[in-house]
Design a protein around this ligand. Sequence first.
Ligand code: PLP
Length: 429
Amino acid sequence: MSDRKLRFETIQIHGGYSTDHTGSRGAAIYPTAAYHFKTCDYAARLFELKEFGNIYTRLQNPTTSAYEERIAALEGGVGALAVASGMSAQLIALTSLADSGDNIVASPYLYGGTFNQFKITFRKLGIDCRLAENDSAAAMEPLIDGRTRAIYVESMGNPTCNVPDLEALAALARRYDIPFVVDNTFGAGGYLCRPLEHGANIVVESATKWINGHGTAMGGVIVDGGSYDWGNGKFPAIAGPSEGYHGLNFYETFGNMAYIVKCRVDGLRDLGCSPSAFDSYLMQLGLETLSLRVRHEVESTKRLAEYFRAHPLVEKVSYVGFEDHPSHANAAKYFRFGGGAVLTVILKGTLETTVKFVEALELVAHMTMIGDSISVVTHPASTTHKQLSEEDKAAVGITPTLLRISAGLENVEDIIDDFERAFAAAFAE
Ligand code: PLP
């Protein structure tokens, strides 16, 4: 294809596509663990990273490669690595930056699983994750020191939907010469938000959500913006002799692809959380309708937010599209349509009435999921954020009657009827 600049909706269909020997237009699924080497010399060149090609599916797979190329183009990066889950994307992305003794400075508005990964597992690895009081540059700056190896935020925090000032944080990261890493799960594969355009150096994302879009596979991606200069002495594992590759220097050899190559050939090779070819196929298929699905879901979210705001049994609606949300201005600046496809509501009543409300829903699924084709309600206090202490829950705004709602692809009026029935059941005398 010629070199012309394509728009998002076109890239989501054409990105990464090339015909194979069969001429199949549908994405091909290659269910193989290994690949035939034509000669020993060719195999040796692959293993020495002198040539790129298929070695073993733990490292790469042609179905996955096509999907990686597509998501890199959609997020505006120079390369991507697909892995088995959003959590493993974070694990590889951050352990490729930080060693034992280093630290990461992060927003406190994080998905509950990430909070635990940072606080428990990373601590075991000797990586200190320092959560700031809030997601502003002013709150993060005092936590930075000479061993800080990343500034980390979610483009929209799960579940409170806080949107940080990405450009202010990117400026802070540049001032201290630290990579700025953004979890763009809520930015929906670059359709709603493109952090790399606002100064982020690296994007990680749970592809399980909007990228897949149908709740049919787990996945994660790391996208490298190619914008960080690794040659500043802070990253000897990237810009020094590599222990795992006979002294190869990723920075000198691969230039602006150094980080994403290292994530694959060191990170994925050693941690082994690779996606299956079939799941990569599902992700690729999901991407083809990403913009259409997300647009519908954003409109439904707005309608639901208005419905809940007018409801007498609702204490509070937190929706970035409303002016009273603390992140309204940042969402307007960084998110297409100024909103997202998730909102939270605090019901009046008690934990017991909230449980009855959730259990009375028939269409809206009670799950820990977002970005699915089905509308979903989640009760963070008893699920995603259950492991947090009462103090930590309170600090990030998780209360007993708070519900997170992710709008699906149904007709939103049927979803509203479902909520109305649940209110009647939960609050009946
Ligand atoms: N990041 C965010 C913002 C999430 O919401 C999630 C999961 O909900 C993850 C990361 C983890 O992704 P996964 O469940 O695919 O491992």
